[in-house]
Design a protein around this ligand. Structure first.
Ligand code: SF4
Length: 374
């Protein structure tokens, strides 16, 4: 009996232990489940946080993109404005160059007009020239039917983008031609075709010169064809005139060119001269002298004396305006020089007619006109 009881008790205890173990196992399982739930919640929170962060990042990226687009638009607008301003400024430069004789030239023309005697052909010619100048200015119409070669001299700071600038010059020429400020007279040399645009094959003529200033300056010259035809180039010594390789020889050939130009080239004229250089650079430098102001003085005394002597002597030749006789054959003479080779000594002569059309502008940083140079 005693043994049976003890066995039963032991079995009960074992059962209790099992039950207790089961309870503990259940509790452990519950805890695990709770832990898992908590872990899930944490994971969910983390995912949600990540999603929110992603959304914020997306928003930031979108904002940045919008800002970038806005900046790009602003930059493009600024560039558009700069281009438009440049084209407008160049158009105005062309209009003024073509229709208004610069003040320094006008002064000399008026002086010449007063110098001619009343009731002479010279006076008549000068009166017509004067009336033409006034009418062109008043009506904003070309001073002469011959537009001439359009020459741009662009003085720019280092790091300047030339191609774009040239395009703007060409656009301005096209517009000025359409608006009637420039006549349509640029012709294809092989076909003779005039495309009526004044643009093509080296026209307009572009010269870019780097200078030390931060600003851009543009000079424009309209060089007539009739006066270009009487330009000349002599190689010294020149035996027909007994002209040697010195300033006296230079003087002789210049006066010879003036004689040969009489009745042609629409005088009274102005001479741009280059002593030296080669055949090409000599002519370019001679034309550059025409960019000087009429009333300036040559810084080289011998050349200054020669300039004045040439004008005084030419005006005693009796050729006069348009070759009609009179006191005004030349309005001015400007002489420059370039180095030459020992083997050659050129004197290049550029003749500018009375329709002395040249102007210049300096540009502001936004490409509008800051000031006029003549
Ligand atoms: S030479 Fe001068 S004035 Fe004579 S037609 Fe030509 S541009 Fe006119």
């Amino acid at each position: 009996m005693g043994k049976k009881k003890t066995k039963k008790k032991t079995a009960k205890k074992a059962t209790k232990k099992k039950v207790a173990k089961k309870k503990t196992a259940k509790k452990a399982t519950k805890k695990k489940v709770a832990k898992k739930k908590t872990a899930k919640k944490v994971t969910k929170k983390k995912v949600a946080k990540k999603k929110t962060a992603k959304k914020v990042t997306k928003k930031k990226v979108a904002k940045k993109k919008t800002a970038k687009k806005a900046t790009k638009k602003k930059v493009a607008k600024k560039k558009d404005n700069l281009t438009k301003n440049l084209e407008d400024s160049l158009l105005e430069l062309l209009r003024v160059s073509s229709t208004i004789i610069p003040d320094d030239v006008q002064k000399v023309v008026l002086k010449a007009l007063k110098a001619e005697a009343e009731n002479t052909s010279a006076k008549y010619a000068m009166d017509i020239i004067d009336a033409n100048i006034k009418l062109a200015k008043m009506k904003s119409q070309p001073i002469c039917q011959d537009t001439g070669t359009i020459i741009f001299k662009v003085y720019h700071p280092p790091g300047f983008y030339k191609q774009k600038f040239q395009k703007s010059c060409e656009k301005a020429v096209l517009k000025a031609t359409k608006m009637g400020y420039l006549r349509q007279n640029s012709v294809h040399s092989l076909t003779g075709k005039n495309d009526c645009m004044n643009v093509g094959g080296g026209h307009p003529q572009m010269h870019f010169i780097e200078h030390n200033k931060k600003t851009i300056e543009v000079k424009c010259m309209l060089k007539g064809g009739g006066c270009e035809n009487v330009g000349a180039q002599y190689a010294l010594p020149y035996p027909p005139l007994n002209a040697g390789r010195d300033l006296d020889g230079v003087r002789k050939v210049i006066l010879d060119a003036v004689q040969k130009a009489q009745g042609k080239g629409c005088g009274p004229g102005t001479l741009g001269i280059c002593i030296g250089g080669d055949r090409g650079s000599g002519h370019v430098h001679a034309k550059d002298q025409l960019l000087r102001k009429m009333d300036d003085n040559n810084p080289i005394k011998e050349l200054d004396d020669l300039e004045k002597d040439i004008v005084a002597t030419a005006n005693k030749l009796g050729i006069g305006p348009m070759g009609f006789g009179g006191k005004t054959t030349l309005l001015s003479c400007k002489i420059g020089h370039l180095n030459r080779l020992p083997a050659s000594f050129y004197v290049s002569i550029s003749y500018m007619c009375w329709a002395y059309r040249r102007q210049g502008i300096s540009l502001k940083s936004n490409n509008t006109i800051n000031k006029w140079l003549y």
